[in-house]
Each structure stands twice: as structure tokens, then as C-alpha cells.
Write a protein of this length. Structure first.
Length: 164
């Protein structure tokens, strides 16, 4: 497991920003018990070092007309690196695919696809995914209800170099 250079204060910053990324620096500093200047320096360092990769608005999918989620297992034909990389690049460019994971098991990749409805998923599946010559097999799992999604990362396992 890669070692983290985050100390207890960095972890508290991350926890607070995961809960509410719209906090002002003053509010964040107050919550973690630092003055604003060192707090801002730490946040900027966490961004620069790639711990924080961005800030986003979390949208309610059904409210924006994208309430149909499908988890798709994809088996590809051939596993040569250049072929797989081409598949990954193509998948990453498809706006309907909100997540793509290289996995072990029955599938080679596991995709999360978000569309308005079943008709749009059929168009995506037939018109885009199955048109890729490398795709050997597809297994679709339609989400009936989302119980938990977009949760903060569990940082409780991290300790700084002094064991705190």
C-alpha cells in the first residue's frame, strides 16, 4: 500500500472538504483549528500534490433527466496493451460512461452508464458499445434503486509517519 504523506491535520482538511467543498478558507480553518493562512497553504499543497483532484457539484441524476443507471460488464477480444488502451480511450470519451474500471473476474471492464431511460440505453448499447470491434461480450445490470453513491472516501485507515 502506498504511503501517504498526509498528517492528521491534512486528513481533517480532506474530511471537511469532502463533506462540503464550498467552505470558505476561513470556515475550513475554523473547523480544523488552524489560522487561515496555514490552512490555505495546506489546501494548496494537497491540490498541487494531487490528493485533491478537483471540486464538483453533486447532481441528483433524476432531477437532470439522467435517472437510468446501468452497470455493464464488458469482455474484450484480445488483451494486447495497445488494443486495450484504444478501448479505454474510446470508452473515456463516451459521455454516457461516468465510470470505467479494469477488473478481474468474468469481465475485463466494468462501466457505469447513465442515460435518461431504457430506450437511450439501448441506443448507447447498440449504437456505440457493441459497434466497437474489440467488444466480445456485454452483461448489463440495471440499477433499480441507489442506496448509496458518492460517499466520501474512508480515510480512517491513514496514519501519518509518526503513527497518528
Amino acid at each position: 500500500m502506498p504511503k501517504s504523506d498526509m498528517d492528521a491535520i491534512d486528513r481533517r482538511i480532506i474530511v471537511e472538504l469532502q463533506a462540503d467543498a464550498r467552505l470558505t478558507n476561513v470556515e475550513l480553518a475554523d473547523r480544523i483549528g488552524l489560522s487561515p493562512s496555514p490552512c490555505l497553504r495546506r489546501v494548496k499543497r494537497l491540490e498541487r500534490e494531487g490528493y485533491i483532484e478537483g471540486y464538483r457539484a453533486a447532481l441528483r441524476r433524476e432531477r437532470v433527466g439522467l435517472g437510468f443507471s446501468v452497470f455493464v460488464g464488458v469482455k474484450i477480444d484480445g488483451h494486447a496493451n495497445d488494443v486495450a488502451l484504444g478501448f479505454e480511450k474510446t470508452i473515456a470519451a463516451l459521455p454516457e460512461v461516468v465510470a470505467c474500471h479494469l477488473v478481474s473476474g468474468e469481465s475485463d471492464y466494468f462501466l457505469e452508464v447513465v442515460v435518461p431511460d431504457l430506450e437511450h440505453y439501448q441506443q448507447f448499447l447498440v449504437g456505440k458499445l457493441l459497434n466497437l470491434s474489440i467488444v466480445k461480450e456485454v452483461r448489463s445490470n440495471i440499477a433499480l434503486q441507489t442506496i448509496k453513491a458518492g460517499a466520501p472516501l474512508p480515510l480512517g485507515h491513514l496514519r501519518d509517519q509518526r503513527g497518528r
